[in-house]
Design a protein around this ligand. Structure first.
Ligand SMILES: *Cc1c(COP(=O)(O)O)cnc(C)c1O
Length: 438
């Protein structure tokens, strides 16, 4: 193995053979993908001895660092025991234990249905909601209602409840026109305008349901933080109101915690901050600590019971080949062990406060405004960003050993929880340099 030029070698081969996600491939002519040879803790290492701090948790999935010894050990043991078996007609210890432990974390949500990616969890929840009403003899609920700027994945069904134009526009004719309501999410948190946005969103939902509940199967929301919208945040009172209104009008509430779940917002699940119980809870991303694709929809006894019948076709006949994959479930169990053994939620409360304090130089930077934090998510907007800011900032950050991928003019940190204080200080210092350069 040579050292020099190895990055270029891998990048060229990748450009020729791999179609990268969420990417205009022509852009890789100017900024080739960074080939990663190995990773450990919060650090990614390329083929030329350079390292990069993974400040976005590899697209919001990594909780406890790369090559985590405890998750690795659990996977090694599972690998020698059972890698996978189809979950129709068969079952296995990891999927049983995981389902029991998730149900214990989210009381009332006692049944777990598995998929592979976040988008497949969205699809499952949408289909289950619609099908459930049908099983109960309720007809006409053939729409979902969604929030402005919401993101729930990019398969055709999930995209139809997503409201991010850059992902939707090319496919618009394929997407059913589900109604969109004003969102409570804002960048300027803690302001009177934020309060007003929340009031208006609640009023709009109330008015919508008064008129359209009979045609509406479910409301789907990202609780507390709308990630893809640029880390727009809102208070728990919207969730409480949405729960109350949907329950009153006979409309399901689907809570998409694919990004917010597993401690990101400070509690295990964001919906817990509103002390509500959703009808469907979608989980993915952090569920395996960023190791393997796995998603899950949890639902309650009553919804489960409406499918339970002698008639096969009244069952939920949905499947993915890798549903309940044993390795992925084992990784998820190892993640839950870490949460329990290290009392992660409590430790993160202190860590989130320290991050706020250590981020003070960012808050004080003249180009930074709308600094906001929700648990282990830190975000801020950059003034005078100009065209192509996100790409330029990401490139300048990489030169300074940081992986940061702004959304528009919003820069955010979503690092592994295992980031040390020294590493966070490094992240802040290099972010300030990047702000001055980009
Ligand atoms: C990432 C994400 C999804 C989609 O998950 P994929 O695994 O990318 O399909 C859905 N909803 C939210 C809130 C997400 O952040």
């Amino acid at each position: 193995m040579t050292a020099r030029g190895d990055n270029a070698h891998w990048a060229a081969r990748s450009h020729a053979a791999v179609w990268h996600p969420c990417t205009q491939m022509k852009r890789h002519e100017a900024s080739p993908p960074v080939p990663i040879a190995r990773a450990s803790g919060a650090w990614l290492h390329d083929y030329e001895g350079r390292r990069y701090l993974d400040a976005v948790g590899s697209w919001w999935v990594n909780l406890f660092g790369h090559a985590n010894p405890r998750i690795n050990a659990a996977l090694r043991t599972q690998l020698d025991t059972l890698e996978h078996v189809m979950l129709a007609g068969f079952t296995h210890a990891p999927v049983i234990e995981l389902s029991e432990r998730l149900a214990a974390l989210a009381p009332w949500l006692s049944h777990a249905f598995y998929g592979s990616d976040g988008a497949s969890a969205t699809e499952i929840a949408l289909k289950m909601s619609f099908h459930c009403w049908r099983e109960r003899g309720v007809r006409g609920k053939d729409h979902y209602v969604r929030l402005a700027g919401g993101y729930h994945g990019e398969t055709v069904g999930a995209l139809s409840v997503t409201d991010v134009p850059i992902f939707r526009d090319a496919y618009a004719p394929l997407l059913r026109p589900h109604p969109v309501l004003p969102s409570p999410g804002v960048h300027d948190v803690g302001t009177p305008a934020a309060d007003r946005a929340c009031d208006e969103a609640i009023d709009a939902l109330a008015r919508f349901l008064d008129e359209h509940a009979a045609a509406t199967s479910a409301l789907i929301v990202e609780p507390l933080v709308q990630g893809a919208r640029g880390m727009a945040m809102y208070g728990a009172r919207y969730l409480a109101a949405a729960r109350e209104l949907t329950a009153r009008h006979g409309v399901h509430l689907i809570v998409d915690e694919i990004m917010t779940g597993f401690g990101r917002t400070g509690t295990m699940f964001a919906f817990q901050q509103a002390a509500i119980t959703p009808d469907f809870l979608c989980l993915s991303k952090g569920i395996t600590g960023g190791y393997l694709p796995l998603s899950c929809v949890l639902t309650n006894e009553a919804i489960y019971a409406s499918f339970y019948d002698d008639d096969v076709t009244r069952g939920f006949l949905h499947s993915h080949s890798y549903t309940g994959n044993a390795l992925a479930c084992r990784a998820a169990l190892a993640v839950l062990d870490i949460f329990r053994d290290d009392d992660v939620i409590a430790a993160n409360r202190d860590k989130a406060l320290r991050w706020r304090h250590m981020a003070e130089p960012v808050v004080a930077h003249p180009r930074v405004h709308a600094f906001r934090q929700c648990g282990m998510i830190v975000a801020f907007d950059v003034a005078r960003a100009g065209g192509d800011f996100a790409q330029r900032f990401a490139n300048e950050a990489l030169r300074r050993e940081l992986v940061l991928r702004p959304i528009g003019s919003t820069v955010y940190f979503m690092p592994p929880y295992t980031l040390t204080d020294d590493e966070f200080t490094f992240l802040v210092a290099r972010t300030l340099e990047t702000l001055d350069a980009a």
